[in-house]
Write a protein that binds this ligand. Structure first.
Ligand code: FAD
Ligand code: UDP
Length: 384
C-alpha cells in the first residue's frame, strides 16, 4: 500500500499532523515511532502503584492561544491546574519565580511591592547588552540572587555557565514584585483530565491513521512507499550528521513511589545549589489523583542519552542553520517539532507549529471524495 504521508515520531508534532491530514484532508498516513508508545515526551502511564506518572518528566500544559486550546479540547477534557514551584535556597523553601514573598522570606523583611521593586533595582547590574542567560538575571536581580537561584541550577541543567547560553533560557523564568506565585501566567492552564496518553489515543483514533511502534525510520524507510515525509526526530540524525552532531541535553529520570500520601509541600521543588538532580516533582499535585501512596520524579541532567533539550547558544544555532538549509533543499520532506527544528519549544508551540504546517500542506492537496462515515469527523474538525 502506498501512503500519502509517512510521519516520523508520535509526539505532539507528528500526532497533530497525522490527525489533521487523516481527518480533515482524508490523507492516508503511516506514523512510525521508535519507542514502544505514542505521545513522545508527553507520554504518561500508571505506575505499579496505580499512580499516573509522566515518564519523561513533568509536563504542564499552558498556552495563551485560544486556537490551540480549542483544537486540543476536541480530544480531551481538562482539569484546571496552576503550577507552583518552590526553590530550596539557604535552607528554606521559597517561591520561584522570585516574587515579593521570596525576598521577604529569604531576608526576613516585610517589604511592600513598591519597596521590593526598589530593592531589586538597587541590586540589579546594568549590562550594555542582554545577550546571555547571565545578563538577563543580573540585569533584573543582581549577583546575589543570581547565584542563589540561577547559576547553580543552570550549570547543572545544561553543563554550561549561564554566560554561555542564550538569554532566552533563563528569560523563561520571570521576576515579579507582586505576590503571584504561579509558575506560568498564560490564560489557559490545565491538565488533560485523563492524562496525555489518552489525549493522544483520541487524536490518533482514525481509520486513515496507521501506527507502527518500535520502528526506527532509518530501518523501515526503504520498505515503505509514500509521497511525502514529515520528520519530527533530530534533524542532524536525518542528515546522517553530515555537518556534525547538534548538541542536545539529556536527562535521567528517577521514579520512586513512597508509602505515604505526601512527600513535599509543592508540585515541584527546585534544588539550585544542592544535589546532582535539579528538581523533584510530586505527580499527584499535577494530576489531582487521590491515592494513599505518592510517586515522585528526580531529574538528573546528563550529557549523553535521549535528546531532550536543544541547547540555545550561538555556535549551535549556526550549526542548525546548515541543517536547516539542507532541509529546505529536499523536496516533499517537512521538518517540524522540538528536535527537528532545534527549538526549545513548549508543547503548545509544537502544536501551533504543526497546525501551521498542516495549513500549508492542505493548500497543496488535490481534494478527495469524502466517505459518509467521515462527515461527522470533518464537521468536528471544521470548527478548528
Ligand atoms: P517529541 O515529543 O520528542 O516526539 C518526537 C518523537 O519522535 C519521539 O517519540 C521519538 O521517539 C520519535 N523519533 C525520533 N526519531 C525517530 C526515528 N528515527 N524513527 C522513529 N521515531 C523517531 N512542554 C510544556 O509545554 N510544558 C512542560 O511542562 C514541559 N515540560 C517538559 C519537561 C521535560 C523534562 C522535557 C524534556 C520537555 C518538556 N516540555 C514541556 C516540552 C515538550 O516535551 C515538547 O515541547 C514536546 O513534547 C515536543 O513534541 P515533539 O513532537 O516535537 O517531540
Ligand atoms: N532556572 C534556574 N533556576 C530555577 C529555574 C530555572 O536557573 O530555579 C533556569 C535554568 O537555566 C532552566 C531555565 O531557567 O533550564 C528554564 O527553566 P524552566 O523551568 O522553564 O525549564 P524546563 O521546565 O523547560 O526544564
Amino acid at each position: 500500500m502506498k501512503f500519502d504521508y509517512l510521519i516520523v515520531g508520535a509526539g505532539f508534532a507528528g500526532s497533530v499532523l497525522a490527525e489533521r491530514l487523516a481527518r480533515n484532508a482524508q490523507q492516508r498516513v503511516l506514523l512510525v515511532e521508535r519507542r514502544n508508545h505514542i505521545g513522545g515526551n508527553a507520554y504518561d502511564h500508571y505506575d505499579d502503584a496505580g499512580i499516573l506518572v509522566h515518564k519523561y518528566g513533568p509536563h504542564i500544559f499552558h498556552t495563551n492561544s485560544k486556537q490551540i486550546f480549542d483544537y486540543l479540547s476536541q480530544f480531551t477534557t481538562w482539569r484546571k491546574y496552576e503550577h507552583r514551584v518552590l526553590a530550596s535556597v539557604d535552607g528554606r523553601l521559597v517561591p520561584i519565580p522570585i516574587n515579593l514573598d521570596t525576598i521577604n522570606e529569604l531576608y526576613g523583611t516585610n517589604l511592600s511591592a513598591h519597596q521590593i521593586a526598589g530593592f531589586l533595582e538597587s541590586r540589579a547590574e546594568s549590562r550594555p547588552k542582554i545577550s546571555t542567560s547571565e545578563d538577563v538575571v543580573l540585569s533584573k536581580v543582581g549577583r546575589e540572587l543570581y547565584e542563589k537561584f540561577f547559576r547553580g541550577y543552570t550549570r547543572k541543567q545544561w553543563g554550561l555557565d549561564p554566560s554561555d547560553l542564550d538569554a532566552s533560557v533563563t528569560a523563561r523564568v520571570p521576576v515579579r514584585t507582586n505576590r503571584d506565585t504561579r509558575y506560568f501566567t498564560d490564560c489557559y492552564q490545565s491538565m488533560p483530565r485523563h492524562g496525555y496518553t489518552r489525549l493522544f489515543e483520541n487524536l490518533l483514533d482514525h481509520k486513515n491513521i496507521n501506527i507502527l511502534l518500535n520502528a526506527d525510520y532509518r530501518e523501515v524507510k526503504s520498505a515503505i512507499s509514500y509521497d511525502r515525509l514529515i520528520f519530527t526526530g533530530p534533524i542532524d540524525e536525518y542528515f546522517d550528521y553530515q555537518f556534525g552532531e547538534l548538541p542536545y541535553r539529556s536527562l535521567r529520570f528517577q521514579h520512586e513511589t513512597l508509602d505515604r500520601p505526601i512527600f513535599q509541600p509543592a508540585p515541584v521543588v527546585n534544588y539550585p545549589n544542592e544535589h546532582a538532580f535539579t528538581r523533584i516533582t510530586e505527580m499527584k499535585y499535577l494530576t489531582g489523583q487521590e491515592h494513599s501512596k505518592t510517586s515522585i520524579i528526580y531529574e538528573y541532567p546528563e550529557a549523553t542519552g535521549d535528546p531532550y533539550y536543544p541547547i540555545p547558544r550561538p555556535a549551535n544555532a549556526e550549526l542548525y542553520q546548515r541543517y536547516s538549509e539542507a532541509a529546505r533543499a529536499v523536496r516533499n520532506v517537512y521538518f517540524v517539532g522540538r528536535l527537528a527544528t532545534y527549538r526549545y519549544y513548549n508543547m503548545d508551540q509544537v502544536v501551533g507549529a504543526a497546525l501551521t504546517l498542516y495549513n500549508k500542506l492542505a493548500a497543496s492537496h488535490v481534494s478527495r471524495p469524502v466517505s459518509p462515515q467521515n462527515n461527522g469527523a470533518r464537521e468536528l474538525a471544521a470548527a478548528v
